[in-house]
Design a binder for this molecule. Structure first.
Ligand SMILES: [Zn+2]
Length: 159
């Protein structure tokens, strides 16, 4: 049996914050604002995995009112979710995701992001696809106010 989950997240761009996408820090004048490291891509991947496993959403597992998660490394949160899914007897098959942002362009970082996420997911990089899109100058992404990310994950239950 195969299970599929979807994840979506967005964060505001602000001065004085780091821009971390899929665990990779990208040089940028503006970074993402949030309680944790605001790694919007990793958050979308976490929600896709939790969705596929029927385990709710990221806010239930890591509330932004909980001081333990202030400036948290989202890759560590992802690793926790991955082990929780393994404990439940599910295998992660693949993850596909899209970063939607205007700038900076992330083409030169895409392979590193893919490898970082793959390591955290315990998957070969070929099972983790990372795509990039822009806001075409419209909406909060297009105006450079924030970044969005989408992800899907599929899980299987071994026979
Ligand atoms: Zn988030």
């Amino acid at each position: 049996m195969t299970l599929v989950g979807i994840g979506y997240d967005s964060h505001r761009l602000s001065p004085g914050r780091r821009l971390v996408l899929g665990g990779v820090e990208i040089p940028s004048e503006l970074g993402l604002d949030g309680h944790s490291d605001a790694d919007v891509l990793t958050h979308a991947v976490i929600d896709a995995l939790l969705g596929a496993a029927g385990l709710g959403d990221i806010g239930e597992h890591f509330p932004d009112t909980d001081e333990r998660y202030r400036d948290a490394d989202s890759i560590e949160l992802l690793a926790g979710v991955v082990s929780r899914i393994a404990d439940g007897g599910h295998l992660i098959v693949n993850v596909d995701c899209t970063i939607v942002m205007e700038r900076p362009k992330i083409a030169t970082h895409r392979l590193e992001i893919r490898e970082r996420l793959a390591t955290a997911l315990g998957l070969a990089p070929g099972r983790v696809n990372v795509k990039a899109s822009t806001g075409e100058g419209i909406g909060f992404v297009g105006r450079g106010e924030g970044v969005a990310a989408l992800a899907v994950a599929s899980l299987s239950i071994p026979a």
